[in-house]
Design a protein around this ligand. Sequence first.
Ligand code: GRF
Length: 222
Amino acid sequence: MGTLNKHRLVVLISGRGSNLQAIIDSVQGGSINAEIAAVISNVNNAGGLQRAAHSGIETAVLEHTEFKSREIFDQNLIELIDKYNPGTVLLAGFMRILTPAFVSYYAGKLLNIHPSLLPKFQGLDTHRRALDANDAYHGCSVHFVTSELDGGPIIAQASVRVEPDDTAALLARRVLEKEHLLYPMVIGWVTDGRIRLVGSSVSLDGRELGPRGYQLKDDQHT
Ligand code: GRF
């Protein structure tokens, strides 16, 4: 009874699920006022499935390899997700490009975390690309998902300084620590109704955020 009106989250994963774990921890710790209705993976041995099961969260697997087309997979994914009646759908290391039909169906309620300071480095291999670009700062972004890959309105970013002796692996590890802070923080704002998306502009508590969203203070450089 007590959980009837809680904001419901569905989390989509493909892999180890460390961001999922950070979300689970924040829900359990009370800093995200929501319940995780289900964790859905397109890969049947994704590590995150164990994390969810360990916390008593319902899991489901929908393997994209079993569908003839991206469109059919996404339609089935919509049907599966909607069984859980989510207020927000979270991509957390979900390694599939989603069709415009899927993205527009969940417009305004679909979030992603991406390991770069968008709009830099959309797509894969972001840490290597930040090093190759000799960037002084790198980081992560949480954004609304639109049909442009990693291109939707940005809600918040966290940055780390790139050190002279950094490798892609070291950088990935430090960025991941920031991801685990940033994503739960933003999800908490969303589930508390503090974030609004109008067109492509995002506001927090009624104040419009800039094109790069809220900048998490630690290591801030602007
Ligand atoms: C993270 O780096 C996230 O930013 C990206 O995919 C990775 C997922 O890692 N979208 P995990 O499965 O959450 O550990």
